[in-house]
Design a protein around this ligand. Structure first.
Ligand code: NAP
Length: 317
């Protein structure tokens, strides 16, 4: 099969499309032909060995000290089941499925092997692009808003989303709006109309306004880009408010407690099912920045590295 291979950490140009051996499913696995996969900020972080402050030694131990241990990156996929392991009973050849591969990565390829328990059916009417696109940002936004901020228990909340036009942010704006919150999105002026169309009542242009100087106070402040720290974000909180830091240094992550929440969002099939159902029902829109063939994987990484991507960058292997 063809795959985007990363044999050394570095800029987007280190990624090369190569012919590699097809992955072979074990007894509990399924083999999926990848129709769409996202190049996420997580993939770009791994490729460039760029991690939030303090995490680099641990990340390199986990991912490869001098070069990526897993040379094919990619976490999210949507595609068609091509083979199933001998112990798999609830997934069949021909099923349209989506999911994540977690630490195994490997989705930037024509074929991927994944545990059968880790895939969810793609509902009728949902495209592979949308299914692959919603997972990374959607699971993160859902986890933070529901389990870290308990937004469902705070009816009529005010929510500030910093990075409202990114993969996490576009989902956060919509999920908060769906939960009945009044949403303020922070992005550049060029993305203001998009963010309003996703459900934000107010938009702040970070190129002209320093978010830490805003006079308003919010029940939830969700920073998805890493511009706020506990010290700069807390003053934006209303009484009883909570500060969500999707990007935090190791120190801030270890110290996060009380009104500050940080840490990794889990990849759970229940959350993926829920997000795909929301997409199927039209209550969650998947924002796509661009959809590229595998051969343009370097351009995909460049776009992610720009820090300007709007929603999701996808590959169609
Ligand atoms: N904790 C976790 O489990 C977890 C999970 C997923 C992701 N993350 C992290 O979350 C971060 C965001 O991921 P992502 O994929 O959503 O990012 P992304 O899509 O790459 O974010 C790009 C967006 O950020 C906006 N942006 C850039 N600088 C900004 C600023 N100063 N203020 C407001 N908006 C700004 C840009 O909008 P404009 O062009 O309009 O400025 C752009 O649309 C990444 O660092 C990722 O590693 C953490």
């Amino acid at each position: 099969m063809r795959a985007a291979v990363v044999r050394e950490y570095g800029p987007p140009g280190v990624v090369r499309v190569e012919e590699v051996a097809d992955p072979v499913p074990g007894p509990k696995d399924v083999l999926v032909r990848v129709r769409a996969t996202a190049v996420t900020s997580g993939d770009a972080r791994i490729r460039g060995a760029r991690f939030p402050r303090g995490f680099a030694p641990f990340a390199r131990l986990a991912l490869g000290v001098r070069r990526p241990r897993r040379s094919v990156l990619g976490l999210t996929f949507s595609g068609t089941v091509e083979a199933v392991g001998s112990e798999v009973t609830d997934v069949s050849v021909g099923d349209e499925v989506a999911g994540t591969t977690g630490a195994r990565m490997g989705t930037h390829a024509e074929l991927v092997v994944v545990r059968a328990t880790k895939v969810v059916p793609v509902p009728a009417g949902v495209s592979h692009d949308d299914a692959a696109g919603v997972i990374f940002g959607g699971t993160t936004a859902l986890f933070y808003l529901r389990e870290k901020a308990h937004l469902q228990d705070r009816p009529g909340s005010s929510v500030l989303v910093v990075g409202a036009s990114g993969a996490v942010g576009t989902n956060a704006v919509q999920l908060a709006h769906n939960a009945g919150a009044t949403v303020t999105g922070v992005c550049s002026g060029a993305n203001a109309d998009l963010v309003r169309s996703l459900g934000a009542t107010h938009v702040v242009d970070h190129t002209t306004t320093d978010v830490t100087t805003l006079p308003e106070r919010y029940d939830v402040v969700f920073d998805t880009v890493g511009t706020l720290s506990p010290a700069s974000g807390r003053p934006l909180l209303a009484d009883g408010g909570v500060l969500l830091l999707a990007v935090a240094s190791l120190g801030d992550t270890l110290r996060a407690r009380g009104d500050v929440k940080a840490g990794p969002a889990p990849e759970r099939v229940g959350d993926m099912r829920e997000l795909l159902d929301l997409v199927a029902s039209g209550r969650l829109r998947v924002v796509l920045d661009r959809v590229l063939p595998l051969d343009e994987v370097v351009a995909a990484h460049e776009r992610v590295d720009s820090g300007r991507k709007v929603g999701n960058v996808l590959l169609r292997p």
